[in-house]
Ligand binder design. Sequence first.
Ligand code: NAD
Length: 334
Amino acid sequence: MKNDLVLVTGAGGFIGGAMVADLRRQGYKRIRAVDIKPLDEWYQVFDDADNLVLDLNLKESCERAAEGAAEVYNFAANMGGMGFIENNKALCMLSVLINTHMLQAAQKYGVGKFFYSSSACVYNGEKQTDAANPGLKEEDAYPALAEDGYGWEKLFSERMCRHFSEDYGMYVRVARFHNVYGPHGTWDGGREKAPAAICRKVIEAKVSGKHEIVIWGDGTRTRSFMYIDDCIDGVQKIMNSGILEPINLGSSEMVSINQLVDIVEDIAKIKLKRIYDLDAPKGVMGRNSDNTLIKKYLGWEPDIPLRQGMEKTYAWIYDQYMLAHNQTQSAVVR
Ligand code: NAD
């Protein structure tokens, strides 16, 4: 219903910003976009949305956000790459306040549909010790041994969603995102994830003329990466489906970190000396998305090729980098 009020939380962030952009493209007229960050720090701001700066840890903020909404996409969380989540476990776990209060507020105001963004970090670490991971199935979250901090919070919040649905009859859908990447996301500052970090490091090497790159770990760990357009498409498909259990939303094109660096070097037309930092945060050995279930339910899976998505991501980060670089240069000259 294009005239219904849709709430997007975490709208100043990467995925939330992309969701608001997509809803507008589809013709949604009433979008409420909420984030804790000041507006000038949002990746994408649209003047025709109802943009609110609120701390959704607080129940009253969640109520302010949810009032009148027909649908809620809850993306707000304390989040980052391995470097961030390994060093901020308490902060990551505190995101439990956001989802708990959002669910309560949604229930209070009779929100029609609620989406929760979970993560592949809920999966049992013992099922991710092999770089040749065949793909994590939804059942591999149990017995529970999630990523410490961030992953446990996601698993707990998944359960909270389930019980709000079972006990109060709420319409709730949950997707477990595997690494999402693309333009308009974090690319520096410590919260960035591997695809953006590698793009930035390759650009730095190009611009500085120092042709080397520091890679976290030995480069053999594997992951899959989903382009943002597939993520946004998948979220809406899941939201409007009958899928009642948390489901994988990720690409099944698994690569090693070394292969990801190969792709970015190829895009940048450069070859760099690789320095492996074995003491840096690394995460599990191998992770991939088993898409059997999503294909069964939706007849669809994320399929934008990594190379294609990385070209767009690299181009966007290159522009951001050059903007920041030129501003620093002119400040030095002045
Ligand atoms: P992001 O950090 O870009 O966006 C999250 C946003 O939430 C930020 O803008 C942040 O300011 C906001 N936020 C944090 N605390 C808040 C609060 N108290 N009140 C209001 N806003 C608050 O991250 P993202 O990549 O867009 O991730 C969105 C969701 O998807 C998160 O729940 C994340 O855990 C999940 N997820 C993302 C990935 C990925 O690869 N990007 C993978 C798995 C799961």
